[in-house]
Design a binder for this molecule. Structure first.
Ligand SMILES: Cc1ncc(COP(=O)(O)O)c(C=O)c1O
Length: 395
């Protein structure tokens, strides 16, 4: 398939200070095929690279300014991409979604307060709670025939004792784009019990259109107060290394508390090149992103057939967004350290262990398919060899 995501057109990443490629030996102890940390092996949109190059031509790199033009570009993006009207004075800028999560926990709850997180989940949601000495209320998502679902009875029990809920929407790593009905019920529960919701929507722009739209939490009724939506261009345009995130809330009091905490933590600014790149992407990269999302949705489906015929004992349902596959390896009959050992030392693959995502991750691995099909084919052939049935004692 010859398109802009073809490997023959994409540059190699070794030697570019890439965590995924250059950091693989440190992480896995050897030069595995890296399918772990969540960035893609595809170049950023051309308009983004061009904007960075043009700005780099000017040799003074002093402190940047979050101008009205950039704010306008953010608001226009959310209006166009998600049909969400965001006013410029509702927008805060910060150095990344991860710093924003830690800031949210410290600013919007007190030591000892209960913070709800649904697991398995992107590890920083859990770490942010623990790092600030809050009580972690981990609610395991339910595995059903229709995919992962919120455990509503458990959540209803936790809500009266909680102060804050950190939501991952869409949900990494289980691949769900929460429906409007699910989000509306969550908002209703949170309102009833005065629980603030901070919604990490870093993958929101990458929802597959065929799976129903991603609804930014702050775009829904009932979120006028007590809701902070965290957004980013990092995953959308593959510029995570530049570090920038956006917070949106209509709750002026919440915004003041959050902005003040960001300021005290030295996090209330963004990198010069991040601003330049994100603005260029928000203004000009919608056609590129549409093409990317279609390509990823296609790869997610393709992976199902390829994995099923090569390694039928590994379960996988395509996600509803992005490039993260959640592989159910429980049928392989290995414990988590044996599983990781087999992936790294037998298959030569670097995946994320499911247990790093908290309760419910046992027996799973997360595979990043934001790379070329040729790398994925190589990965599948390695998986096939490493998980041959006789190896597992099934014969
Ligand atoms: C759910 C989620 N939140 C946040 C991040 C990281 O955000 P940032 O790079 O803006 O700190 C990731 C990266 O993988 C993620 O998956």
């Amino acid at each position: 398939m010859h398109n802009r995501f073809d490997p023959t057109l994409t540059p190699g990443r070794s030697g570019t200070a890439s965590m995924k490629w250059d950091g693989r030996k440190t992480k896995f102890g050897q030069e595995v095929l890296p399918l772990w940390v969540a960035d893609m092996d595809f170049p950023a949109p051309p308009c983004v690279s061009r904007a960075i190059q043009e700005r780099a031509e000017h040799p003074i790199y002093g402190y940047p300014f979050f101008s009205s033009e950039v704010k306008r570009a953010v608001c226009q993006w959310y209006e166009n991409w998600h049909g969400w009207h965001v006013a410029m004075d509702q927008v805060s800028i910060m150095r990344g979604v991860v710093p924003a999560l830690y800031t949210a926990v410290s600013a919007l709850s007190n030591p000892g307060d209960g913070v709800i997180v649904m697991t398995p989940v992107y590890p920083h949601l859990l770490k942010a709670v623990e790092a600030h000495g809050r009580r972690l209320f981990a609610s395991s998502l339910l595995e059903t025939e229709q995919g992962y679902q919120v455990n509503w009875p458990e959540l209803e029990k936790m809500m009266p004792r909680a102060r804050l809920l950190l939501l991952c929407s869409p949900h990494n790593p289980v691949g769900r784009v929460w429906s409007q009905t699910e989000l509306a019920y969550l908002i209703k529960l949170a309102r009833q019990h005065d629980v603030v919701i901070v919604s990490d929507e870093v993958h929101g722009d990458l929802a597959y259109p065929s799976m129903g739209p991603h609804r930014p939490l702050g775009s829904l009724p009932g979120t006028e107060t007590g809701v902070m939506t965290l957004l980013s261009a990092g995953k959308s345009f593959n510029i995570a290394g530049l570090e920038l995130a956006i917070g949106v809330t209509t709750d002026a009091k919440l915004k003041r508390r959050f902005d003040e905490a960001l300021r005290i933590g030295g996090l209330s600014e963004a990198n010069l090149f991040a601003l330049v790149a994100a603005e260029a992407g928000w203004r000009g990269a919608a056609p590129w992103l549409r093409e990317l999302v279609d390509y990823l949705a296609d790869t997610a489906q393709w992976l199902k057939g390829a994995l099923h015929s090569a390694v039928p004992e590994i379960g996988y349902e395509p996600p509803e967004f992005g490039y993260l596959a959640w592989l159910d390896c429980r049928e392989c009959g290995l414990d988590d350290s044996e599983l990781q050992h087999r992936m790294v030392n037998v298959a030569g693959l670097g995946l994320n262990s499911g247990i790093d995502f908290g309760p419910g991750g046992e027996g799973f691995m997360r595979l990043n398919f934001g790379t070329s099909r040729s790398i994925l084919m190589e990965a599948i052939s390695r998986l096939q060899k490493a998980f041959e049935r006789q190896d597992l004692g099934f014969q």
